[in-house]
Design a protein around this ligand. Structure first.
Ligand code: ARG
Length: 578
């Protein structure tokens, strides 16, 4: 909780303490006319104590510290409706503006949070399917870090397994240098496709590939050297995509599947000694309770195949053990597509059974819905191929460049290039982030690049408009927005804007509660809307007095600061001009 809400909660808490010490007041912005806040804590307390909710609420109001509170009414159902004194609101606002964190509290109990996101596969294209996991995961890292958690990013790249036999042999056949170049410039799919075609066409190559996998598994130095080329050149390309997208991931964050390879026998042994392993048709499996197939048969999680090999699930079990064990994670987030839901549910269930996920800690599949094309099917290029992420970035920037030029032809070349980059990348990211992450979302260039609606360009433009108020008035913006200029909230639009500014911390907290960046997007969009009605109703530069003008300029600067900070937490730049 933060800002006004936190201050108010402390006061109402005094009332709750007399009924039941430490009871949560469950304070929320009311979202209804006639009340600023609602304290709903009497309801759960009524259940616990058997008293009537309204009775408890009345006791709370009688005993609470109501300084700064204008009205406190008990609803017959037991809610307490609160309005606050303008002076209280304004004091909170000044404190938030003066705070470099804009009134957003650091969490009381910081967690260690491991965030597994992006996770492309070596020698395979980063395609549209990785767009959302990369962007949502990155925003969650930024949000959690800002809230004060200790964030560990992990890029669980697919860099191990049987396809590497084929890929290494293909690299040898085409020549190391040529192959490396092809990968580093991003023709990953081309490389993979050729390897596959050659493999399918030749029994001799199939044989070599099989032998190569054995060499790889046994740690043959020359094979590992060739394998490294594949990994490093692919990573070089992935890093370039991350840089263009403004994503935090670096090569240091890579903890790929290969990292767990040596741990896999240990994982299987531990499951064995815990009595969790069952032989099923030659494979070694765990049957976590509660998972059944269509026919009602228990579903196995295969940890060792009949040929002795390990699979994707075994690696994920090792990762669970490593994240909660070695890294001491309180939360491990898996920002991965929704189709992998069952895989993760089963792995987490086994992780708990094995005791690898300690009491109080939690593994969370932050499921990401599919990205759909305009036809409602999985997003693909016109030729029906998976779309490369880098091509989406290029196109977003090209389209933004045209839009920016049309809007403001007076920007110089260098500036308009930078603005187009910010707007294009921002639009691409925001379109993704503003949709509930679990839902499928339809990719639509025109909608995401529109200057109206819940889009990045709209919010970026809102910041630019506010900044231009200062420019037009010849006013030094640096003297505003730091909480030093007195603010009045007499006009309803001023009051509504002030309220919303103070809800920044709760918006961040609620986004983190369900790992849903779209909640912050909704907040920023509403804040921008609140600002628009303030600006339409309350003249700033032509305010009736110097005092009122300054008060409004202070609100303008505070709004710009919150919008820019909010966008930054989503990984989106706010340009000076557009
Ligand atoms: N490499 C996988 C893919 O492209 C995603 C890995 C996700 N993370 C994990 N721990 N399994 O589908």
């Amino acid at each position: 909780m933060a800002g006004l809400l936190a201050a108010l909660a402390t006061r109402i808490q005094a009332g709750f303490d007399t009924v039941a010490p430490g009871a949560d007041p469950v304070l929320r912005p009311s979202g209804q006319a006639g009340a600023d806040f609602q304290a709903n804590g009497a309801l759960p307390l009524a259940k616990r104590t058997g008293q009537a909710p309204a009775e408890i609420a009345a006791k709370v109001v009688a005993a609470a510290d109501l300084e700064g509170v204008a009205t406190a009414e008990v609803h017959p159902k037991g809610f307490i409706n609160l309005t606050v004194e303008p002076a209280f609101l304004v004091a909170q606002l000044a404190a938030a503006a003066a705070d470099p964190r804009l009134g957003v509290d650091v969490v009381d109990d910081p967690w260690t949070i491991v965030v597994d996101y992006s996770a492309p596969n070596v020698a395979k294209e980063l395609h549209a399917g990785h767009v959302r996991t990369t962007i949502v995961g990155d925003a969650l890292c930024r949000l959690a870090g800002f809230a004060g958690h200790h964030v560990i990013r992990e890029n669980h790249i697919g860099d191990w397994g049987t396809p590497f036999g084929m890929l290494i042999e293909h690299l040898i056949d085409m020549g190391e240098e040529v192959g490396a170049r092809e990968l580093s410039v991003g023709d990953l799919d081309g490389f993979y496709r050729q390897a596959r075609a050659a493999f399918d066409a030749s029994d001799e190559l199939k044989d070599r590939a099989r032998r190569r996998v054995v060499l790889l598994q046994s740690g043959d130095p020359e094979t590992l050297r060739l394998w490294r080329i594949l990994v490093d050149e692919s990573m070089r390309y992935f890093s370039e995509v991350y840089r263009r997208l403004g994503v935090l991931l670096t090569p240091e964050d890579v903890v790929g599947e290969s990292f767990y390879n040596d741990m896999l026998p240990g994982v299987v042994n531990e499951l064995e000694s815990l009595g969790l392993l069952v032989d099923s048709e030659g494979a070694r499996c765990v049957f976590p309770p509660g998972f059944t197939g269509r026919d009602g048969e228990p579903l196995p999680l295969i940890v060792q195949k009949s040929d002795g090999g390990y699979g994707y699930a075994t690696t994920d079990l090792a990762a669970i053990r490593d994240r909660f064990g070695r890294l001491g994670a309180d939360r491990a987030l898996y920002v991965v597509g929704a189709p992998q839901r069952q895989h993760f549910s089963m792995c987490f269930a086994v992780g708990r059974e094995a005791g690898w996920i300690p009491e109080g800690a939690e593994a969370v599949h932050v499921a990401i819905g599919n990205m759909l094309g305009p036809d409602g099917k999985i997003f693909r290029s016109r030729a029906g191929e998976a779309v490369k992420l880098i091509e989406l970035v290029d196109e977003a920037v090209a389209r933004a460049s045209a839009a920016v030029l049309a809007k403001n032809p007076s920007l110089g070349d260098a500036e308009s290039t930078a603005v187009a980059q910010a707007v294009g990348v921002g639009a691409l990211k925001y379109a993704d982030l503003s949709t509930d992450r679990a839902r499928e979302y339809v990719f639509d260039w025109d909608r995401m690049l529109a200057f109206e609606g819940n889009t990045a360009p709209y919010l970026q433009y809102a910041v630019v408009r506010i900044r231009s108020i200062f420019r037009r008035g010849g006013i030094d913006p640096s003297s505003f927005g730091a909480g030093r200029v007195p603010v009045s909230v007499d006009e309803p639009a001023e009051r509504a804007l002030a309220q919303r500014l103070l809800a920044f911390g709760s918006a961040i907290a609620s986004a983190l509660e369900t790992w849903s960046p779209h909640k912050l997007c909704t907040y920023l969009f509403e804040l921008a809307g609140e600002f628009t009605s303030f600006f339409e109703n309350c003249p700033v530069l032509r305010a009736p007095s110097q005092e009122v003008r300054d008060s409004r300029l202070e609100l303008c600067a505070h709004t710009a600061a919150v919008l820019a900070q909010g966008l930054e937490l989503l990984g989106i730049d706010a340009p000076e001009r557009m």
